[in-house]
Design a protein around this ligand. Structure first.
Ligand code: PNS
Length: 179
């Protein structure tokens, strides 16, 4: 039988323990799993593409059949270019279902050979999302246990960088304001 290659696409901004849980589950049922980061998401990401890729690579290195890549344009075209027969997506709650169903059916309309496989992460991650992680972190809350330690450290660095940037901009603007 032909090996089944699956694509796990997403923004991964940032990678959460829910994503990792799904990657581990996917690595057990597919011969090869490609975690594909969307290069140009609609909203400006917090982490650069290189940062997201690096975090994913370091956290998935232990899965021998998992690789990390980036893509742009249509997912179906990217999947075809990789010889993939499946797309892996996570469903956490019923609220995810409508959007995921729409996307899966549209992808099937675009390429009827591409199957979408939905998997559920562990229950403890069923309320977890990258968006909430960013929001909690921005307001000083703890994200321990929600993201890998490395991602938590990167979040700290990012907040420091952003704060430094704001201070420098403030300093640069002040003399102009006095004019
Ligand atoms: O983790 P996300 O942000 O929910 O991932 C969304 C993603 C990357 C899977 C979706 O936006 C996507 O596939 N984008 C590529 C463009 C595309 O093929 N759009 C049509 C989907 S029906």
């Amino acid at each position: 039988m032909k090996p089944v290659i699956a694509i796990y696409p997403g923004s991964f901004d940032p990678l959460t323990n829910g994503h990792l849980d799904l990657i581990e589950r996917g690595s057990k049922i597919f011969d090869q799993l490609i975690v594909a980061i969307l290069r140009h998401p609609e909203k400006a990401p917090l982490f650069t593409l290189d940062e997201r890729r690096e975090m994913l690579e370091s956290m998935t290195g232990r899965f021998k059949n998992v690789s990390v890549d980036t893509f742009d344009g249509l997912l179906v075209a990217y999947a075809r270019s990789k010889g993939a027969g499946a797309v892996l997506r996570g469903i956490r709650a019923i609220s995810d279902y409508e959007y995921e169903l729409q996307m899966a059916l549209m992808n099937r309309k675009l390429d009827r050979r591409l199957e979408t496989v939905f998997m559920m992460p562990a229950e403890k991650y069923s309320y977890l999302s990258s968006r909430l992680v960013k929001e909690i972190f921005r307001h000083g809350g703890s994200v321990r246990g929600l993201v890998p330690k490395k991602v938590e450290e990167r979040l700290h660095e990012k907040v420091m960088q952003n704060a430094k940037g704001k201070m420098q901009n403030g300093k640069a603007r002040r003399p102009a304001g006095r004019r």
